[in-house]
Design a protein around this ligand. Structure first.
Ligand SMILES: O=C(O)CCC(=O)N[C@@H](CCC(=O)O)C(=O)O
Ligand code: ZN
Length: 332
């Protein structure tokens, strides 16, 4: 089957025309493709299929290109009949303008603007886009019957390298138990480490978990690199697992990832915030007992106990935002 539609390379379509909505088409592969917004489309089999709704997002941060390339290939394989689809899937390239610019964001970090936080940053282009993504996620998940299964995988790569190259982030479950079969699915996808968030946040995965009860995860799949510099075979585990999920296949293995819990956030309150970790310190680096991690006006962040590790240290964030997370080992 030869490609004669933009779903054969939705990424090229989006980067070339970042304000264009993909066309709505019935494809020879037996898929109804509906363009919803720039960089966003829903794919649904034309034949009877499972009552499962899967949201796959990438490029919420515009410099995190590899996950966008992974999703782009999956969309092409679905739409050209090389990969079976037995669920309804919405694919989102989160921030097309930032993807074109190769920047994490243009005005404001979009993954701090969900849960309605966009209303407080209306001058930022990311605020309008976050509001749009929220609305599209709401329409997508609320069309599902009460018994339908809902998943959301928000794919990222990180600024720094990591002691554990790929890891998942389980948003705060609002009192629901953590789901061991979802954790096993992550392990099977090659994601051997999962951070359990301990509080609500303004991220996309918390939004879909909180509002729609989706099994939602932020997945950190490696180090962020520009388009053309990604080593895509390193993403084979998540690629394979997503393809199985889209084909309606279940888990095969029972292994569990190792778990960490978010203990507290480093908050950059003022421009005086100082981080005492070098730029090449990796995510999940252990923090020796007593180590001074960071300081801000009237605040000293000191490591305790020798079991803590640092995640996402970044002194360059805007004031008021998280400049790192101190994590510790956890069990369920
Ligand atoms: O490398 C970094 O410093 C950030 C990588 C990244 O974008 N991570 C996500 C994690 C979201 C979460 O905590 O659920 C983010 O910071 O938005
Ligand atoms: Zn990111």
């Amino acid at each position: 089957m030869s490609t004669t539609h933009p779903y054969g390379d939705l990424l090229a379509f989006t980067l070339t025309s970042p304000e264009a909505i993909p066309p709505s088409l019935t494809l020879e592969a037996g898929i109804e493709a509906t363009g919803v917004a720039p960089g966003v489309a829903i794919l649904r089999p034309t034949r009877p299929h499972q009552e499962a709704f899967i949201l796959l997002s990438a490029g919420i941060h515009g410099n995190e290109t590899a996950p966008v390339e992974v999703l782009n290939r999956i969309v092409a394989d679905l739409c050209d009949g090389r990969l079976p689809l037995d669920v309804t899937v919405m694919v989102m390239f989160g921030n097309p303008a930032a993807l074109v610019a190769g920047r994490r964001y243009l005005d404001y970090d979009m993954n701090r603007l969900f849960m309605g936080r966009h209303a407080g940053q209306l001058q930022a282009v990311e605020a309008r886009r976050a509001a749009q993504l929220e609305e599209m996620a709401r329409a997508f998940f609320t069309q599902a019957d009460a018994g339908a299964r809902r998943w959301h995988y928000d794919l990222h790569t990180a600024i720094r390298g990591s002691v554990f190259e790929q890891f998942g982030i389980y948003p705060f479950p609002d009192g629901r138990p953590h789901d061991r079969s979802e954790l096993a699915w992550l392990a099977e996808a090659g994601i051997g480490t999962v951070l359990l968030h301990s509080q609500p946040s303004a991220t996309f995965s918390y939004f879909t978990s909180h509002h729609f009860g989706a099994h939602a995860f932020t997945l950190e799949l490696g180090k962020a690199r520009p388009f053309g510099q990604n080593d895509l075979p390193r993403f084979a585990g998540i690629d394979r697992a997503l393809r199985r999920r889209l084909a309606g296949l279940g888990s095969t293995a029972g292994i569990q990832p190792q778990l960490y819990r978010a203990k507290y956030d480093l908050i950059k309150e003022t421009e005086a915030f100082t981080l005492y970790l070098a730029d090449d310190v990796e995510n999940f680096t252990p923090l020796p007992d007593g180590y001074l991690i960071a300081e801000d006006v009237g605040m000293r962040y000191v490591a305790h106990g020798g079991q803590e590790r640092i995640l996402f240290p970044n002194p360059k964030v805007a004031c008021g935002l998280r400049a790192g997370i101190v994590v510790e080992p956890a069990t369920l």
